[in-house]
Design a protein around this ligand. Structure first.
Ligand SMILES: NC(=O)c1ccc[n+]([C@@H]2O[C@H](COP(=O)([O-])OP(=O)(O)OC[C@H]3O[C@@H](n4cnc5c(N)ncnc54)[C@H](O)[C@@H]3O)[C@@H](O)[C@H]2O)c1
Length: 401
């Protein structure tokens, strides 16, 4: 089959490489730099090896393009574009709408259209289908389906092949077609009764994480006030063999999913007149962690950071990836600056961020560890400054949550 994937980021490129083993894949992206790099065989995504990409290109199974007409005559189209929040934290579907325009204007033969971008229930039925029909002038009848993506960048034990994949078509024919497509490269397919169930399940998965992370972040503040270790207490709770799942405290949540997806669910809740109090409060608790961390640092350093040199270690939103989207390092840096500190940052995987370069460890009065990559030596971090506050629980000997 000819498979076109709209968006060649974390999700789209990952699908492209797995699907490329069995189909001919066109990776459409509106970023020329990404397209050029991909066509020269360079992957920009952790977990996707450049060698695999080069092999697919050489065998004619993959090409990246910025030219929308290249997706014509596709049998399958996968939408994998960003679904961020607007400034007022509402769903921003402008990228999905732009993808629908490209599909509507360029796909003139019946195709299977699958949405993998995370969005609220009803997106495929009430937004994607009507929009593609509008842009195609209702000239062609496609099959529509959703299969929310669960990729965890940087993870090797769970991938496209073995991670159970939810799916649902708008019609039985669409469900059958989407199953046939994914069964070529996924071992575990789970059909649900409607796209709305699949869309809601995806949002709930990430809301579950967001709420539990907020709970443990609040708990860390309680244990600190009690003068006991949150880590020892969590380890103790985790000895219960059932009914408990361990989440770790941190300086906040980051990435494209946990800080974003729950707000899509809250949007739906508001639309149907149900309060989403857990989601709203969890969001607040996680966002407040940056201030809590800096307040602790301040308290340990005589109540002021005025003129102190502070270095934030790890600005990626999680270990072992270079992804800085929604990183909690940003509010931590803001809070440190508000407290009067002169702030630099160091990250072994991120070379530049917000117009600044990573600085080598050392020379600071205060170090705040937000993310610790496996390649970063915790002992060196501890030795790099007279005061080290660790929000990861991995730097033995440092002050911690
Ligand atoms: N990254 C993850 O871990 C993850 C996991 C599960 C689900 N998701 C969801 O998958 C979707 C994509 O996320 P991502 O992390 O792959 O994003 P990304 O930012 O890594 O990649 C998106 C790509 O789409 C391109 N793009 C944007 N608008 C376009 C358009 N109109 N036409 C063509 N290309 C366009 C961008 O240039 C970019 O390369 C989002 O809805 C996200 O919530 C992401």
């Amino acid at each position: 089959m000819k498979v076109s994937i709209i968006g060649q980021g974390y999700v789209g490129l990952t699908i492209a490489v797995f699907a490329g083993e069995h189909h001919t894949v066109v990776g459409f992206d509106n970023n020329q730099i990404i397209v050029d790099a991909l066509n020269s065989g360079k992957s920009h995504i952790e977990g996707i090896k450049s060698a695999n990409l080069s092999q697919l290109i050489t065998s004619g199974k993959y090409v990246a393009t910025i030219n929308a007409t290249d997706i014509a005559d596709s049998d399958v189209i996968v939408i994998a574009v960003p679904t961020p929040l607007t400034r007022d934290r509402k769903p921003d579907l402008t990228f999905v709408e732009a993808a629908c325009k490209v599909i509507g204007e360029n796909i003139k033969t019946p195709a299977l259209i699958i949405n993998e971008s995370t969005s609220f229930p009803g997106t495929v039925r009430n937004l994607i289908k009507p929009m593609i029909e509008k842009y195609s002038g209702n000239s062609v009848e496609h099959l529509y389906a959703v299969s929310p993506e669960r990729v965890d960048p940087g993870r090797s034990d769970w991938d496209q092949k073995n991670t159970p994949r939810l799916y649902a078509g708008l019609t039985p024919d669409a469900s059958k077609a989407v199953r046939e497509f994914y069964s070529t490269f996924c071992d575990n397919l789970v059909e649900v009764s409607s796209p709305e169930v699949a869309e809601s399940a995806k949002l709930f998965e990430n809301t579950f994480r967001q709420v539990n992370i907020a709970l443990v972040n609040e708990f860390a503040q309680i244990t600190h006030a009690l003068g006991i270790s949150v880590y020892e207490t969590l380890d103790a709770a985790a000895t219960k063999p059932y009914g408990f799942m361990k989440f770790m405290p941190s300086a906040g949540v980051g990435g494209h999913c946990i800080p974003v997806d729950p707000s899509y669910l809250a949007h739906t809740a508001a639309a149907v007149g149900v309060p989403a109090t857990f989601i709203e409060r969890a969001n607040e608790v996680n966002l407040e962690m940056a201030k809590y961390v800096v307040d602790r640092v301040k308290a340990d350093n005589g109540g002021t950071l005025n003129g102190k040199k502070a270095q934030v270690v790890g600005v990626a939103y999680k270990p072992n990836v270079a992804d800085v989207r929604e990183t909690p390092a940003e509010p931590v840096i803001e809070e440190l600056k508000k407290a009067g500190a002169i702030v630099t940052w160091s990250d072994d995987l991120v070379s530049t961020w917000m117009g600044q370069g990573s600085t080598p460890l050392g020379g600071a009065d205060i170090v705040v560890v937000v993310t610790l990559h496996a390649v970063t030596d915790a002992k060196k971090v501890l030795a790099s400054a007279p005061y080290v506050f660790d929000a990861t629980g991995k730097v033995t000997g440092a002050q911690s949550l």
